[in-house]
Write a protein that binds this ligand. Structure first.
Ligand code: BGC
Length: 708
């Protein structure tokens, strides 16, 4: 539709129709039974006029449902404005890819763009038009259940990944209306949700504006620059105000600084939560606060339909502001081509795609393979396919490896670790729990593979933990298995970094599989047999004790730094634990043995007109190929505000075949030294700086350089 016609539509709408247009409900509000509930259903009546002119439906369960709902809606909506259907397509729709934290571990933005396109197209083919993804939240606290939904603790990595996801879902700018395989992306949760106090979901958040601009905004900025059509403000606070009521976040930062021109949609029931937070006494006041702050659509609170009309009557809300919000929703629908075709080229009789596309499954396997991180390998892996394997552990033969937020993915479609191994290896025996520890019972087994970790349900929204250690009964299991004298490979399924301190010594090899999705068992078999090479790298720091969290590699310097090797009083340390993590950000092994040569530079002085080139040779001396993720960190020596020593600035993923050497070049520019200063401007300080090049945040070679 020509954009000028949107205004013509807008002027014909009554106030009630406008308010309906700004409201989103689940199908239950239309009296239907189906529909996924990802929050609490409100117990209130909605006047028919609002239901007839509703703007959007979330979480409808099938194409048939969506067609029927749309058809009915178009019969009742006076101006025939189609509904827009939204859903959480977080890491797959039916074919489930690894959880986003695992996607972060791939360090491969192109692959993630492809996966977003495929999972989006699977959802699109069944009627979904908008996904509430990517989740661009920076996550530093592994107690928080939602760390599984983001790509980790580094804002630079997150920014690359959130942009890739948006591009994958939406395709080239302007193509949404014409390409039915594309869906619109809603980046969430804006901003700072990951900083919830004590890692407890929905709890309070408080950090500085510098931290907002430096750490929390970049992944939103890149998603917006990639064209994200919607932004969802977080449940949490910024400077004492819920994001959904924050004029500062929704107007000043979002519209002026980030130049976002799409629509905002609240999180589930967010507007109602103003009442629980005691910043509004009733829904009318809550709706007023949200609309005036710049919220366009109310998801599931009902506050707009119950309060906004009266707020207008009392002069507390200006109709012009409502019009702005409505226009944005109409624009979204227009961008999706819904006015021309509310079923987006699938037609009313399109059949639900119950059959998995082989291509999507193959890609899910590839992504899972690349997401899994080899944490330890005492010359056990890869295993010859003739080797006799005993599979045990609570997750050894479990199909509950899809992970939280797995939409319509079915556990029955998932390939368990044991099934994957059985397809690849000649002899795979299941060892039921409780296991024997008598070596005689293991005479026919060469290697034990133990499927360990946490339950899917203990991760994701409102699934936070105070203790992130591997469950005690699994430690006991490993101790028993040690008596058998057989090498033990631990495959750990988890939605967060778990504390593995007590079990690292009990395992000969560790593969950290996250929740790998539908093709998990096949991907693991590919890695364990050496058909694929492990290449995942940790997108979050792994603590050695629960009490260390939040722990992340780029904490600002402090005035009393501790030395783990030589601990002394009055330094920033624990009396019962080292400061160093168990495994650092960026860490991960391959089967190959790659040596990093001494980096060389073309020049020691960086200027605004002259970059520095750093070259490093990598030599693979082993019989296995290796896919290395070479990381480049940088930071200024003297800074205006207290800063981390370095931050990730570049990485390259390079395949180094067995017995070969490759040279890699990084280019450092002054932009790599830029950071957010006290006046909120991002700039670089002149003077000395360091660059670190290595295989993780803690395994590197350092260069001292100067910026003039
Ligand atoms: C979550 C969002 C999600 C929404 C809709 C909320 O509970 O916080 O991330 O998009 O539900 O399902």
């Amino acid at each position: 539709m020509d954009k000028s016609k949107l205004n013509q539509l807008l002027v014909q709408m009554s106030l009630e129709e406008k308010i309906g247009q700004l409201t989103q409900f689940t199908p239950q509000y239309l009296g239907r039974e189906n529909g996924e509930l990802t929050g609490v259903l409100g117990d209130f009546e909605v006047e028919q006029v609002y239901l007839d002119s509703l703007g959007s439906i979330l979480n409808a369960d099938s194409f048939e449902d969506m067609v029927e709902i749309q058809r009915e809606h178009l019969k009742h909506d006076r101006l025939k404005i189609p509904l827009v259907f939204m859903r959480d397509i977080i890491h797959g729709y039916r074919t489930i890819f690894p959880i986003p934290l695992g996607l972060g571990a791939t360090f491969d933005p192109d692959l993630i763009e492809e996966m977003a396109h495929q999972s989006g197209s699977e959802a699109a083919s069944e009627g979904v038009q908008v996904t509430f993804s990517p989740m661009a939240d920076l996550s530093r606290d592994a107690r928080w259940g939602r760390v599984m939904e983001g790509t980790g603790e580094d804002s630079f990595l997150n920014a690359k990944m959130s942009a890739s996801m948006v591009k994958g879902y939406q395709g080239q700018p302007g193509i949404l209306a014409h390409d039915p395989s594309r869906i619109a992306a809603c980046v969430k949760h804006y901003a700072g949700y990951g900083a919830v106090l004590a890692g407890r979901d929905y709890s309070t958040v408080d950090f500085s504006r510098i931290t907002l601009y430096q750490d929390y905004l970049p992944a939103f900025q890149s998603a917006i620059e990639a064209g994200a059509k919607l932004v969802m403000p977080a449940f949490t606070l910024f400077e004492g105000v819920p994001a959904t009521a924050s004029k500062y976040l929704l107007k000043e930062v979002l519209r002026e600084y980030l130049k976002f021109d799409g629509a905002t949609i609240s999180d589930w029931g967010s507007v109602d939560k103003f009442i629980t937070m005691h910043i509004a006494g009733n829904q009318q006041r809550a709706s007023e606060l949200a609309l005036n702050a710049g919220l366009d659509m109310d998801m599931m609170s009902g506050a707009f339909v119950r309060g906004l009309k009266q707020a207008v009557a009392e002069g507390a809300v200006d109709v012009a502001d409502i019009d702005t919000a409505v226009y944005r929703m109409l624009e979204l629908k227009n961008d999706l081509g819904l006015f021309e075709d509310p079923y987006r080229q699938f037609g009313e009789n399109h059949a639900t795609n119950e059959v998995f596309g082989e291509k999507i499954r193959a890609n899910a396997r590839k992504v899972a393979t690349k997401s899994i991180v080899l944490l330890k390998n005492k010359n056990v892996l890869p295993l010859d396919t003739k080797i006799r394997i005993g599979v045990t552990g609570p997750l050894g033969d479990s199909q509950k490896i899809l992970g939280a937020w797995s939409s319509l993915g079915k556990h029955s479609d998932a390939v368990s670790l044991a099934t994957g191994l059985q397809k690849r290896f000649d002899h795979v025996e299941l060892i039921p729990l409780p296991t024997s520890s008598d070596p005689a019972d293991y005479a026919n087994i060469d290697v034990i593979v133990a499927g360990l970790g946490e339950r899917e349900d203990d991760t994701g929204e409102s699934a936070c933990k105070t203790n992130i250690e591997l469950p005690e009964d699994q430690v006991v299991l490993l101790k028993r298995l040690q008596h058998t004298g057989k090498p033990i490979v631990g495959v750990i399924f988890a939605g967060r970094p778990l504390v593995l301190t007590n079990v690292v010594g009990l395992l000969d090899a560790i593969l950290y599989a996250w929740f790998p999705g539908t093709e998990g068992g096949n991907a693991l078999a590919d890695l364990i047999s050496g058909v694929s090479l492990p290449q995942g790298r940790l997108p979050m720091t792994f603590p050695r004790a629960s009490g260390q969290v939040p722990i992340y590699y780029n904490t600002p310097r402090n005035g009393s730094p501790a030395n783990d090797q030589n601990p002394s009083k009055f330094t920033s340390r624990y009396v019962d634990c080292e400061n160093a993590p168990l495994f650092s950000f960026g860490y991960g092994l391959g089967y190959g043995d790659v040596h990093y040569g001494t980096p060389t530079i073309d020049n020691k002085v960086l200027t605004d007109n002259r970059d520095i080139k750093i070259e490093i040779a990598l030599n693979n001396t082993s019989m296995y190929g290796s896919i290395e993720t070479i990381q480049c960190y940088a930071g200024s020596s003297i800074t205006e505000i207290v800063r981390p020593e370095v931050e990730l600035k570049h990485w390259q993923q390079v395949e180094i075949p067995a017995g070969s050497t490759k040279k890699i070049t990084f280019t450092i520019s002054s932009d790599d030294l830029a950071y957010v200063h006290s006046d909120l401007n991002r700039e670089a300080d002149k003077g000395a700086f360091i660059v670190r090049i290595g295989s993780s945040a803690t395994n590197y070679q350092e260069l001292s350089l100067v910026y003039r």
